[in-house]
Design a protein around this ligand. Sequence first.
Ligand code: 6PG
Length: 253
Amino acid sequence: MKMEHTPGEIRTLQDSGEIGREAAQEFCHLAGEAVQARGVFTVALSGGSTPKKLYSLLADEDEPYRNMVPWKNIKVFWGDERCVPPDHPESNYRMAHDALLSKVPVEKTSVFRMEGEHPLPRKAAGTYEGLLRRVFRLGAEEVPRFDLIFLGLGSDGHTASLFPGSEVIFNRKDLVAATLVEKFGSYRLTMTPLVLCGAAKVIFLVSGRDKGDAVQSVLQGDYQPGRFPAQVVHPLQGKLLWLIDRSAARLLI
Ligand code: 6PG
């Protein structure tokens, strides 16, 4: 079956450093636009390693981006989190805190991390969903509209913590879910497709030769989100941008 949705805009860049720069420019532009229009910029950060360069560039006082960002008007969330404490080496919160949030004047009360340390993942997911509803002032059936969501792509086609074969890929009830990732034998917390598809803009950051097959399958293969969960991300009333380096894009036709 052919793709049900267009894959959005694809920009092929030289390497992970150029992905970081392009993403930093997008971040600054979108933050400025959102704050000028509504006084606030809501962003959900991605975990993994690819975004580290972006976060470091945004924090770097010798780079142009830091001073372009209205940090006091930004609300920071996460698209997913490993079920570990916030100071754990695998914590997505810790990675973003160390690379970015500890170095910029974002309000601590505007940083909303998922409680990966909670002994009951499902309860932590419910708590984060309640937080989204409160902060975005949502009605019962409403979905938050993030100004920007950053996502990565795994070599198996996963994104956030939507892994192949997981029922959370087709969850259209919750905003946040706890999911057991079989391959790791551990739980994760993740925003569901409802939230990912409700964003004004989603930017995928994809780098590395090992992502080549997944990139080709997700962007040019048949629509099989159960096998390639990243395919489920298509902003219904928003924009989708793929920032991919040459090695990850090498199989694209
Ligand atoms: C995570 C991310 C995950 C990540 C991809 C790509 O918690 O790890 O949410 O979806 O974005 O696995 O990771 P890399 O950027 O390290 O390749």
